[in-house]
Design a binder for this molecule. Structure first.
Ligand SMILES: [Ca+2]
Ligand SMILES: [Ca+2]
Ligand SMILES: [Ca+2]
Length: 306
């Protein structure tokens, strides 16, 4: 009999350890000295595969993990043979973002630019609520399938982000947290998150929303709450698997397996794989989404007597 602790367990194990490590580091609370050089400024998100065929829509998001604003004047952004010296007065807010964009504003008749795509297209940056974060233009040309960008501070400390995968049209690569250097394809419904928190920094279990109604239910054939419905929502299209196990970890029923999904519902009549109504008790619901990234969720459903 297939159990929870087979292939899926081993797949989940590394994610579990990363989560524990993240928790550990998140709890490490040390005083941040005021450093004007911007030691906490990191490369946080890269959009190499810009939407459609517009190469000018590439950008890199920087994040300032410090609790003080920094002036990045004197810093350099390096992309292959192009180096852009960041002008004095270019600030990044505390715990905020700065976008380095290949083309910030449109020049008529060409209407494609960062401001036109992610802002209101007025021709000016920061003149509407969506344009709440600073953005500047730098020289870059990002190959979708792989490349590198570097940030050099005035003391010539260099940080480089290398990528070697293409997340798909308009989908960015996001850093999971400022404490480590793990990057995943964006799972936000917008496909990228310029000027806001990265979608992959959301806890794994929050990326699948699962609501079970009614719960408990009573599959005794009396016409009242004889089945229950699983309502699910994923953050981005992935393939979804939902399985039900008993409390000993034995597989009772596979409701769906690797089905492409964003949101929907599926019902369970309280029967096992052999068509037999299960006994009264608590059952484990195991939902997994696989796509650009991997996430799983565990919850319970109760089979009751009416
Ligand atoms: Ca590109
Ligand atoms: Ca604007
Ligand atoms: Ca972001």
């Amino acid at each position: 009999m297939k159990t929870i602790s087979s292939k899926r367990f081993w797949k989940f194990l590394p994610i579990f350890f990363i989560s524990i490590l993240n928790l550990f580091f998140a709890k490490t609370d040390f005083a941040q000295p005021e450093i004007s050089s911007g030691s906490g400024v990191i490369i946080n998100e890269v959009l190499a595969n810009e939407p459609g065929s517009y190469t000018s829509l590439e950008w890199v998001e920087l994040y300032n993990a410090d609790s003080t604003e920094h002036d990045l004047g004197g810093w350099s952004f390096v992309c292959k043979d192009d180096t852009t010296l960041i002008p004095a007065g270019t600030t990044i807010p505390d715990n905020g973002f700065l976008i380095l964009s290949r083309k910030l504003l449109s020049e008529p008749p060409d209407s494609i630019s960062f401001e036109a795509w992610w802002g209101d297209g007025s021709g000016t940056w920061r003149d509407c609520p969506e344009e709440s974060f600073p953005a500047i233009q730098v020289k870059m040309s990002l190959i979708n399938s792989g490349g590198a960008v570097s940030l050099v501070d005035p003391e010539t400390n260099v940080q480089t982000f290398n990528w070697d995968k293409d997340c798909g049209d308009g989908v960015s690569l996001e850093r999971v947290s400022s404490e480590d250097n793990i990057w995943l394809c964006c799972v936000d419904s917008d496909k990228n998150t310029p000027g806001r928190k990265n979608s992959v920094s959301t806890p794994y279990s929050d990326r699948i929303k699962l609501h079970i109604q009614p719960n408990p239910f009573s599959p005794d054939g009396d016409g009242f709450e004889d089945q229950t419905v699983f309502y699910y929502t994923l953050t981005l299209e992935s393939s979804l698997t939902i399985r039900i196990y008993d409390v000993q970890g034995r597989l009772i029923r596979t409701l769906m397996e690797d089905q492409p999904a964003v949101s929907g519902e599926i019902s369970w009549d309280g029967k096992d794989e052999h068509g037999k109504t299960v006994r009264v008790g608590i059952y484990i619901v195991w939902a997994e989404a696989e796509g650009n990234s991997y996430s799983q969720k565990k919850t319970t459903v109760v089979v009751a007597k009416r």
